[in-house]
Design a protein around this ligand. Structure first.
Ligand code: FEO
Length: 388
């Protein structure tokens, strides 16, 4: 792994292939990285801290990077504990270290570290302020709600590096190379997606900058042609689908609903309805299913009625779609109920507040298991989706 980002900028973050969950909820099949960087001028700045329990490694790597010198500043772009947990270790190690952060960040640091007197070690910066490292200027941009309100990004004018905080990050340890986009999408849709308008605002701020390198707090440093990354962020933050296709998301108790959902998926493939992705919500990673719902043009929700409500695996999935601002998509519904099917109406009710939802009919109603009429309705639905 090349730790030298560019001249005067070195990666000192912690790679965590052993990490199991992010935010204690999102599965990490290939771990996580908690990035931090050292920026060297006549004075030295460290960009952000790392997750709890990894401070010793982080401090050691900083010391190796700065050699006989000591860092002057710790720029805190984001106070969420995956980046701030080891700050006290740093200000204890280097008594002259000054924290540079937004006013909101300073207030939050005092909340996270009560009684530490940490505010007295802080220098408040705001939109457009600069930090002169001596031969190297850092410029700060507020980036509220990408992903917390105190967030800022930092532009290194000398190295043309954008330190982008959570933006442009991804799940996965650095030592596990992948195609970037799949785990960046799952990360974005589950962590940042709620705040599309704020991401748009930041994209407009950085558009005039001659950025050559993006250094996020998770995932690899991005270099070369940055347009594909910026373009994806523009698509995602505008809630536009990336790809023509269908997510068939189902929850099934005894298999009757699964059978119809899988028949539908097979028919959609026959009809060339685009990319068809199937998610068994009782067993799959919901964060990936959610990312696919945002990636594709159409989502089919198939679930039984349960205690006069929606079967919980589907209820939970739709709840997550709503809190992540699901919108501007085509939706079709399949319901099941052995005596009083209501899941279709109830699922539509949960989606009702979301803008830009276009329903494709018919709603397929299963009574226990598929019969000839249900199979015919399923094929009719497949044709409606494929022709839409
Ligand atoms: Fe990587 Fe919002 O913390």
């Amino acid at each position: 792994m090349d730790l030298q980002v560019t001249a005067g900028v070195r990666s000192v973050g912690v790679d965590a292939p052993d990490e199991q969950f992010f935010e204690n909820q999102y599965p990490l099949p290939h771990g996580m990285s908690y990035n931090s960087y050292v920026v060297v001028g006549a004075r030295i700045a460290v960009m952000d801290s790392v997750e709890a329990g990894r401070g010793a490694q982080w401090l050691r790597q900083i010391e190796e990077a700065v050699e006989e010198r000591v860092p002057d500043y710790l720029v805190v772009q984001h106070v969420e504990p995956d980046h701030s947990a080891c700050i006290l270790e740093a200000i204890t190690r280097w008594p002259g270290l000054q924290i540079v952060a937004t006013a909101k960040a300073v207030a939050m640091l005092s909340q996270f570290f009560p009684g530490s007197g940490i505010a007295s070690r802080c220098r408040v910066v705001k939109e457009g302020d600069t930090l002169d490292l001596g031969g190297r200027i850092l410029r700060f941009f507020s980036a509220p709600m990408v992903h917390w309100p105190e967030v800022m990004m930092t532009y290194d004018e000398t190295g043309r590096v954008l330190f982008s905080a959570d933006a442009f990050g991804k799940f996965g340890a650095l030592q596990h190379p992948d195609n970037w986009v799949d785990e960046a999408r799952r990360y974005y849709m589950n962590i940042v997606n709620k705040y599309g308008a704020q991401v748009q605002s930041v994209l407009k701020k950085i558009a005039p900058l001659p950025v050559e390198i993006i250094a996020p707090l998770h995932g690899p440093v991005l270099k070369g042609d940055l347009r594909p990354y910026l373009s994806l962020y523009d698509t995602w933050s505008n809630y536009r689908p990336e790809t023509r296709g269908v997510l068939v998301a189902y929850a099934s108790i005894y298999g009757g609903t699964a059978d119809v959902a899988l028949r539908l998926a097979e028919k959609l493939r026959e009809l060339n309805a685009g990319c068809v992705v199937v998610a068994d919500l009782c067993h799959c990673d919901h964060s990936e299913a959610l990312a696919q719902a945002f990636r594709l043009t159409t989502t089919v929700l198939a679930a039984p009625t349960y205690d006069a409500g929606i079967f919980p695996a589907m209820h939970d999935f739709i709840y997550h779609l709503t809190i992540k601002n699901f919108r501007n998509r085509r939706v079709a519904l399949i319901e099941n109920g052995s005596w009083a099917p209501a899941a279709g109406r109830l699922m539509a009710g949960m989606l009702e507040p979301l803008p830009g939802i276009e329903y494709i009919g018919p709603v397929v109603t299963i009574k226990s298991v598929a019969d000839a009429a249900v199979i015919a309705e399923t094929e009719r639905l497949a044709r409606a989706i494929a022709n839409g």
